[in-house]
Design a binder for this molecule. Sequence first.
Ligand SMILES: *Cc1c(COP(=O)(O)O)cnc(C)c1O
Length: 439
Amino acid sequence: MREINIEELCIKYPLIHELKQLKNVFWENEKYLKHNTNDGLQFTDVIDAQKRLERFEPYIQLAFPETANVNGKIESEIVEIANMKMLIERSRGQQIPGKLMLKCDHELPISGSIKARGGIYEVLKHAETLALNNGLLQMNDNYAKMHDESFRTFYSQYKIAVGSTGNLGLSIGIMGAKLGFNVTVHMSSDAKEWKKALLREKGVTVIEYETDYSKAVEEGRKQAELDPMCHFVDDENSKDLFVGYAVSALRVTDQLNQLNIKVDQEHPLFVYLPCGVGGGPGGVAYGLKQVYGENVHIFFAEPIQSPCMLLGMMTELHAEISVQNIGLTNKTEADGLAVGRASSFVGKLMESILSGCYTVDDRFLFRSLKGMYEQESIFMEPSAHAGVYGPIILFNEGTNYLEKHNLVDQLEQSTHLVWSTGGSMVPKEQRQLYLTTEL
Ligand SMILES: *Cc1c(COP(=O)(O)O)cnc(C)c1O
């Protein structure tokens, strides 16, 4: 690791002062569309992942009967949130030109968060590889056979481990346990009690840490390395997780087409994604950029105390710098985003793809949570509301970006897609608590 000289960094990147002052900041990525770090990733990997998920649909339908009506496809809707848009415009005294849409990953089947994409995908891929290598499965079989007890017995010899702030653990735990794996989830201190309890109910081993997410991942990785029968789902580095998330882009294209929403030079698409370590939003961004090129403009959203991706990308130090290095606490009610050190694999890959990052205060998250519930009858967990702040900051601190990329005249025909990332599994009492929280 390089020595970090904070004073020097602050001079070179004055935005650090504003981060330290806990302001909501907008950071424009100067390397957008310039660099091209590929990092061994091919778009064919994403197509491959999509096909793999399709092979698993007959199994998923059987293992999770609630997915029978969608034929075992793990996908969420895109809906217009016009009432929420009016509320924002009214309360901020500011117009938001274009349509405001919500990608409802809080409703993804099986685990109710964006982690149902990458997390479940990686478990399925691992299960498939083991079964193929041991002659239990052929790729052209009907994967419904994996629901047999014999498969559960086979997988019970194997272990899966993961470090998580909560939702990744839920996804890996639910899917892994269903297949028959022995799953251990290393949970950071931010993880909610109900998530740990739910996992234990499903037979998952939950190990709790007093420290934050990075430590939970590190410990999980260390313990898994000692055991050849254990597969570690590495949230900081996994390409499988990443491509699982990226499949969403192929689905979004179909969905927007069906909604008659155009994306081209005259109809720009703005996408706002809550960001923790970066894998989820990074995968989605990678996929969307492949599909829509320069007509999609993607922004990551982070809590004011946890701007790890902004900090890592801006300073180009990526995982070598943490938010604690600049005096932030990494304490936030947005538990899914409580990450102090970003994935460097994702950060580097985002250099040419990401338009920018912004930070948002917890107070906004709770006001948005309440507003969304009242206006649209949609419940999303606090983390998921980080995206809602996107259009607001873009039309204030971010107007330079709009001018620079000649977007000003296209705004009326534009679409803002707020990516909701979690919430449908939150128990009733916890929901009530969130809905009555005022910061
Ligand atoms: C994990 C998570 C994110 C962000 O995903 P990362 O891969 O950690 O960047 C966003 N929202 C919620 C609710 C999450 O659980």
